[in-house]
Each structure stands twice: as structure tokens, then as C-alpha cells.
Design a protein around this ligand. Sequence first.
Ligand code: WTA
Length: 646
Amino acid sequence: MSEKLHPVPQEWATRAHVDAAKYDADYARSIQDPDGFWGEVGKRLNWITPFTKVKNVSYAPGNVSIKWYEDGALNVAANCVDRHLATRGDQVAILWEGDDPKDSKAITYRELHEQVCRFANALKSRGVKKGDRVTIYLPMIPEAAYAMLACARIGAVHSIVFGGFSPDSLASRIEGCASKVVITADEGLRGGRKVPLKANTDAAIAKVGGVDTVFVVTRTGADVAWTEGRDIRYEDAVAEASPEHEPEAMNAEDPLFILYTSGSTGQPKGVLHTTGGYLVYASYTHQLIFDYHDGDIYWCTADVGWVTGHSYIVYGPLANGATTLMFEGVPNYPSTSRFWEVVDKHKVNIFYTAPTAIRALMGGGEEPVKKTSRASLRLLGSVGEPINPEAWEWYYRVVGDSRCPIVDTWWQTETGGILITPLPGATDLKPGSATKPFFGVKPELVDAEGKVLEGAAEGNLVIADSWPGQMRTVYGDHKRFEDTYFSTYPNKYFTGDGCRRDADGYYWITGRVDDVINVSGHRMGTAEVESSLVAHEKVAEAAVVGYPHDVKGQGIYAYVTLNSGVEGDDALRKELVAWVRKDIGPIAAPDLIQFAPGLPKTRSGKIMRRILRKIAEDDFGALGDTSTLADPGVVEDLIDQRQNKA
Ligand code: WTA
């Protein structure tokens, strides 16, 4: 692994919010005195009732309880919008860049306020009240932010479902949190292609029921099916609604949103984030890690359907009074220069994207980048998966002209905000390392038995104490929350990631150690893909693992045992890929399918995934002990038929 060091540039050490000395001092204090530290940081928000308590956390087995600022009251939308009106009402809050380069729009804080208030009133007029769950299934249009903030304003809990998910995936998420309201658009538009969001919503609702209101934003103007009494044109609803609305006082621990995410087992779980601690953490990390200063133009390329979009397109930046760019399109439409053209068009200073996008663009060479100026860029960021040192160096040298530091930010849906990251004015960079913990974050490496490893070591990454942005529970299933995150290593939060710490105390995330795969920065549970495959009439059994993929980071490799008498061929491969795409969504489509008459199982019938992973990696020299297999013979056949031959 590369150990090249990029020291903090002198100008950064001077201009940044945090330099190396301040990092050391504040980090030490944040760990020694979390109440004092986070008590001060908490004051960055406007509280309706100021908090007097800061941290109240137990990781004790059977009694996990996480509370921050628990006696304070505030409103997230008021913090993200209203409090900026006096000082920056005419400043652009959201800079929207459409799929078509001719399409863009600037929304000031004053306009944002009006839109959010109107839609808050529209939601109320349909009977939505504090605590109700609202599902949002929208493309990357400003209405997605209006909808999130309108929910927050009235105290409704939003659950955003990524627009790339299928009707079935949408249905199970609507059902999972019993949403009576869905907010969608007629169609989405990505890379010139239309996504039938309203039709998908109709199909989902037909499956689960319980939805009495669907707000439909007009995006393309397509002619869509309409259910009278249930479906409401968004534009009509906001036109009729009042532009005045008094934000609801929410307790710091009232839920803000649910976001479904994949785990090792079963169906996706509803990660629940609450109000006060989440917003303190999202805004504080956004300001310090991206070194945000007034007037900066900040662009995070994520989708609001993922946690990165929640914390670092909408809540963190808007709480800081930032100008946040929201992009509807994709990196390669109409050309592979698009990202950089957008940077030049809007004079973007801070740019935050995923390694998969960088690797894909890297494949197209330097010319599409170099023909743009990018002179406005000052800082680059990376998130979602480990960034390989080659991609890091390319990002640094070609995109950033060797002048912009890169913050490689490690975090998770569960963590609400970034936990391990460089601070650009404080941390010398090592390509491929997420470097050091943020304030208040106590990472530890443990071995399989839970023994804490000291110094330079490699093990499983746990976090030994809480931070304000931590998830509070799995919606409706607190036991699953405890079992998933606090039972493997009692009294610690288990991340599911493997990690190495070097002699300088730098952290290097090595990837998931559980049955979650990270495809283009999107989390996918192998169990979800398996259950989709076995639902196909020709499939008897399936085992899914990840394998290294040049662009996606990990690809999806499926071993499929067919029902007896069924012949496996390329046509069936295509059929199965299409099946999973339709069932879960395009992001879950297997990249490689191997038809396997037998899978390696222990005598008790457990599939030995370790072996399947090795074969999928084309690294079967070191299969380890296969003597416990019920039928060691299947391994030879699997190796012979492997689909990922070098
Ligand atoms: C991975 C995305 C290495 C990791 C914010 C984690 C990373 C999972 C990084 C969470 C990074 C995220 N370096 N790995 N900088 N960032 N990951 O919930 O495996 O979609 O557990 O949250 O992505 O994915 P999630």
C-alpha cells in the first residue's frame, strides 16, 4: 500500500478552522470531557428550549440507550432555513443543476423558506402530524429538499427511498414504517433516461395499501395514471397553501428520519436518527471537515436517497447557511466532462464524490478533465468505499491539479456523519487512508475474541463510545439494533468494517467483514440478493458474495444451483439478472453468475462463504481448511467453472 505523505499546505494550516495543534488539543478534550465539549458545540444551533443535559448513553448489553441534549427542544427546518433569513435571505441556498446542462436554478434562503412553509401546510392539510411517517421517492430536484424540510418542520418523520429502487423495494419500505403519505414525481430524469417513479409508486401501493395521499411533483410532464382523491399535484397543493408556518418544537430525541439500509441478514432495516444530536453533528462535521467558509460553493454528488445526501447535501450545509449544489444527472452525460463543466459553471470550491465515480472517469483518461478549468476548486472529498491509492493520486493530480487536499471520509448510514477523516488544515494525507478520528470519536481495533489491539494492528473496527450523530434504534425493533451493533463486542458499537492502524495512528479501512457488499458505494446485503434469486422458479439455491471490481469497488458474484432438469446457459443468466433488477433495483443486479450444481457446505448444512469468496476473487490457492466440508469434491468443480478468470 502507498505510504506517500502529502503534508498540509502552509496556506491551509493558516486559513482552515482547525490546524494540527488545535486538532490535538480539541480531540483530547473531546474524549476526556465529552459533556463539556459537546455542550459547547451544541450551542451552534438555535434551541427553542436550551438543553441542560448533554450526553446520556449506555452501551450495556440488553440496555442500549443513546440520548444527547435530551431536555432541549428545537426545529431542524428552523435551523436550516429560518435562522438564516435575517442575515442571508438573498443568498443562494440550493444551486440546482438539472440532468440537461441547459437546466439550472438558484433558490435563495428566502425562497426556500416560502417553499418549505407552503409544503408544510400542504402536508398538514392532508392530516399529516408530528410523528407520522412520510415516504419520499423523488429524483434529485429541489422539491426533495423542500419535502425533507417540510416534514422536519411539522415533526413528521421522513423515509427517503432511492429512486433506483423497484416497486417491491419501495413497497416494503412503505410498509415497514406504515407511511400513509408518499411524495413522488411523474418521472425522474437521469442521463437522458426517464425513470417511471409514479408508475412504480402506484405498483408499490397496490401491493401494500395503507397510503391515502400521494403528492406528485411534475418533472417531465408525462401523462401518468391518476387515482382521484389520493393523488395530488404538488404544484396545486403548494399554490393553495399559506406561505406562513410556525415550526413545531421538537424534543432533541424526537425522530427526524428513517433510512433503510442493508445489513448482513434479512431485509433492510430502518435506521432511525433523531433531531438534536444529528443536526449538531451533521453541521459541525460539514463545517470543519470541508472547511466551509461563508460564500463557498459546495457540491456533494450523492443522491438524497442515501445518507450522504441527507447529511451533506441538505442538513449539514443548510444548517451552516451554505450554498449547496444539487445535481440531478450522472457523471457521463452528456459527456464525461460533465462534473468538471458543472464545477466551472457554478465556480464550485468544495467537491465531494465517491471512488467509483473517480475510477470510472479515470478510465476515460485525462483529456475530459484537463479541457476544463477547475480553478475554483479548493478541496476534494471521497466517501462510500475505500479509495485505492491509484485513484486517490489521479483525483489529486488530475482533478485537483495537485493543489487541493483530499478528505477521505469514513462513515456509515448508522453514524449519521463522518467519523474518521482528515481535517484539511490539520492532517497530513496518506493516499488510501481515512486518517484520524473526528472529535469525540473513539475508534478501536479488536480481534475476533474482542481483545483490544494496541499500536499498529489490523482487526475489526469498533467505536468505544457514542457521538451525537449516532443512530438511536432500528425503527420498531430495538432488539435488532442491539443484536446487530452491540452484541458482537459488548459495550462497543461494531461497525462491520475491517481496519488497519499504522504506526502513525492512521486508520486504513479494509472493507466489510460481514455479508454486506459495497457496490459502487451502495450497500447491498448478500442475503437480499440471494432471497431474490431463490424466488425465481428455476432456482433451487443461491449464494452471493462480493469480488474485486475495477470500477465498482466490489461486484456481485452469484453462485446459483438450478432446479433439477434445468439447463444453465447465457440466456438464463440474462433472465436472472433481469429478475433481480426488477425485484430489488438495478444496483442489486449480479455482475457474474456461476451455475453450481453443488455449494460447499459444512456437515450441518451451512454454506462456507469463505471458500466462495476466495473462488470469486480468483484466489483459490489459499482456500484454507476444506476438510470440514460435507463433500470436498464440489470445490474442484466450482474452481473449474469460475466466472472471474484472470
Ligand atoms: C464503506 C456511506 C472506506 C464502509 C456514508 C462502511 C468506506 C460503508 C468509506 C457504509 C471510506 C464508507 N473508506 N470505506 N471513506 N466510506 N465506507 O451506510 O464499508 O452507505 O461500513 O454509508 O461504506 O455505507 P453507507
